[in-house]
Design a protein around this ligand. Structure first.
Ligand code: NAD
Length: 254
């Protein structure tokens, strides 16, 4: 074994949610590892920013401005990859509402983006890998919310729990073809998503998370991007159907 196991030279990766936060950090790191990276997001300006970052570092990026809930658009973008080695389905939204105040439309929206958007990406990637006999890697983005639950997390946590089930099921179905499927369940990561909380709530939650984490801090997007690179690369060649938890050691915060 050597560090070449992390080398993605000659490979192609597709990253959803690549316009910012964890998706952007992951796209940039996969490109640094040598992959051509297809960046997809509904935020076209953010996508351009990610592509510039990749190209400034000598990498190769393609951009696809699309909504992950649009199956046809996602399928069309995945088909532009001549060969797909890595799918990182990272796009997601946050939603918080108490169970008794949760409306059907909240649940539908969060399941559409956070579950169906990931399902479509997994289906398109697996189909293409199977058709071209590529022993690829699919990485999905769950959340620590799956382990902990917590007030307000019904919609978000339900969608992420469904992502975990999808990951384990697909891993069992395509493993014989050499395709690996793993999930990442990050703890609190400082990104535009968490920065959208009002400042006082954010400072409170960050302080609480940092106190609960044995490592004594919240996470940065790169902490998760390194987990994505590990699962995307041959370094994790014998790993499938797993949930990797970059969370500073937080186990059950509630
Ligand atoms: N930040 C955290 O603490 C944390 C913790 C656990 C899991 N996660 C998960 O990690 C992933 C990335 O989160 P982040 O913190 O980087 O969030 P972010 O808001 O910073 O980035 C999410 C990206 O997804 C894109 N996106 C959202 N809906 C989309 C749609 N329908 N179609 C296409 N693109 C869409 C956004 O435009 C954005 O660029 C999400 O799935 C999130 O649930 C985040």
């Amino acid at each position: 074994m050597s560090l070449t196991a992390y080398d993605l030279t000659g490979r192609t990766a597709f990253v959803t949610g690549a316009a910012g936060g964890i998706g952007r950090a992951s796209a940039v790191l996969l490109a640094e590892a040598g992959a051509t990276v297809h960046c997809a997001d509904r935020d076209a300006d953010g996508l351009r920013g990610t592509a510039e970052l990749i190209e400034k570092r000598g990498g190769t990026a393609r951009t696809h401005a699309l909504d992950v809930t649009d199956r046809a658009a996602l399928a069309g973008a995945v088909r532009t990859c001549e060969r797909l080695d890595v799918m990182a389905a990272i796009a997601g939204i946050m939603h918080s509402s108490p169970v008794l105040e949760t409306r059907d439309e909240d649940l539908d929206r969060v399941l559409d983006v956070n579950f169906k958007g990931v399902l479509y990406a997994c289906q398109e990637a697996a189909r293409q890998m199977l058709a071209r006999e590529v022993r690829g890697s699919i990485v999905t983005m769950a959340s620590g919310a799956v382990d902990t639950g917590g007030p307000g997390l019904l919609c978000y946590g339900a969608a992420k729990a469904a992502v975990v089930q999808l990951t384990k099921t697909l891993a069992a179905e395509v493993g014989r073809h050499g395709i690996r499927v793993n999930a990442i369940a990050p703890g609190w990561i400082r990104t535009p998503m968490t920065e959208r909380h009002d400042q006082r709530a954010q400072a409170h939650t960050e302080g609480m998370m940092a106190r609960m984490a044995p490592l004594g801090r919240v996470g940065e997007p790169d902490d998760v991007a390194h987990a994505v690179l590990y699962l995307a690369s041959d370094a994790s060649a014998f790993t499938t159907g797993q949930i990797l938890r970059p969370n500073g050691g937080v186990a059950m915060p509630w």
